[in-house]
Design a protein around this ligand. Structure first.
Ligand code: 13P
Length: 337
């Protein structure tokens, strides 16, 4: 367990966060097409290599999460993605869930699948250089059904325990979606009941909180709600839920962006960090594990053209630096990084 604790701690080291670049083949292909790039395995690899090789990325990013396809691909010099990431001072993580499927008798809820054969897949990913993993469950605040919460909590906990037994740090990602017309109160209520259930199951399955990272949503208003809560309200709601549900021994909390723009996600994270610091240091490190809020601008800048690579990498670097500063890293230190 000692190694797990060290890896979990390093993932959430001060000033560092985790870059989520683990879109499935279908989602990545769609995003490439939207950015004017013809989707292919090579295009998906080139894009992930562009992200990983961004100069200075390791100043702000501790780990990068990729999908099965990317972990099996090679960098231009022939090294595997896992070896390449290590050479850049970045830990490689692997998304191991197999996506969502409708859950019976749950009023339209979903359960995340992928437990069958997971032990063997984790062993294989570990030999390919992955030191941490991710499993995402999704919850809609409107009509959140207890069966959806229970089934996903159980799956997340079995996944986490299996990862730890295999020597891999699990990122546990229960995401209350921001899509919908609900207010911040509904998000807070849903997030509180989901996190309470998830930690109940993690305890029941024997998962070690010191050897894991929680990746939750921030408590925010639904995108369709005209009353959008500002960063102060987001920080208050988010920290209230975390304090009530997350065991102090958990190594760190790395928020997903959920579709927020970089400026929104960073403003909210900065408010959360500031409020947490003002209330006395919280027991867990607070940081980011954003996907879209870090990479969307870079993907648009790239367009699949080698001549745009430097601009795209500078865009990614700027977004990562802002997120790092929002997690509490002094801006002056980041500027010199
Ligand atoms: P977003 O920050 O784009 O929500 O992605 C994070 C993630 O890992 C989703 O599973």
């Amino acid at each position: 367990m000692q190694v797990l604790h060290q890896v979990a701690g390093a993932l959430v080291a001060p000033g560092k966060g985790i870059l989520a670049a683990d879109e499935s083949i279908a989602t990545m292909s769609k995003r490439l097409a939207e950015a004017g790039v013809t989707p292919s395995a090579d295009a998906r690899r080139d894009y992930r290599v562009l992200l990983l090789t961004t100069p200075g990325l390791d100043s702000w990013v501790s780990g990068i999460i990729v999908c099965d396809e990317t972990l099996g691909q090679a960098l231009p010099d022939g090294t595997t993605f896992g070896e390449g990431a290590a050479a850049f001072g970045i830990m490689a993580g692997i998304k191991v869930d197999k996506g969502i499927a409708p859950l019976p008798f749950s009023g339209g809820g979903f359960v995340t699948e992928g437990l069958d054969g997971l032990r063997g897949r984790l062993d294989a990913y570990r030999s390919r250089g992955a030191v941490f993993a991710k499993w995402r469950a999704v919850f809609s605040p409107a009509g959140l059904h207890p069966r959806t919460v229970r089934a996903n909590g159980h799956a997340l906990a079995r996944y986490a325990a299996l990862c730890q037994e295999t020597g891999i740090v699990p990122i546990v990602e229960p995401e209350v979606l921001m899509d919908g017309g609900h207010g911040i109160g509904a998000c807070q209520e849903a997030t509180a009941s989901v996190l309470a259930a998830v930690f109940g199951e993690l305890g029941a399955m024997g998962a070690d909180p010191r050897g894991m990272v929680l990746k939750p949503n921030m408590v925010i208003s639904g995108t369709g709600n005209e009353d959008q809560a500002g960063p102060a309200e987001v920080a208050a709601g988010t920290l209230q839920v975390l304090a009530a549900t997350v065991p102090p021994a958990v190594a760190g909390v790395a928020f997903l962006s959920g579709g927020q723009r970089n400026d929104q996600a960073c403003a909210n994270l900065a408010a959360i960090s500031a409020r947490a610091a003002a209330g006395g240091a919280p027991p867990w490190r607070l940081t980011f594990s954003f996907g879209r809020a870090l990479v969307s601008d870079a993907l648009r800048a790239w367009h699949g053209l080698p001549g745009n690579a430097a601009d795209a990498q500078a865009t990614l670097a700027a977004n990562c630096r802002r997120a790092s500063e929002a997690s509490g890293r002094p801006a002056v230190a980041a500027a010199g990084a």
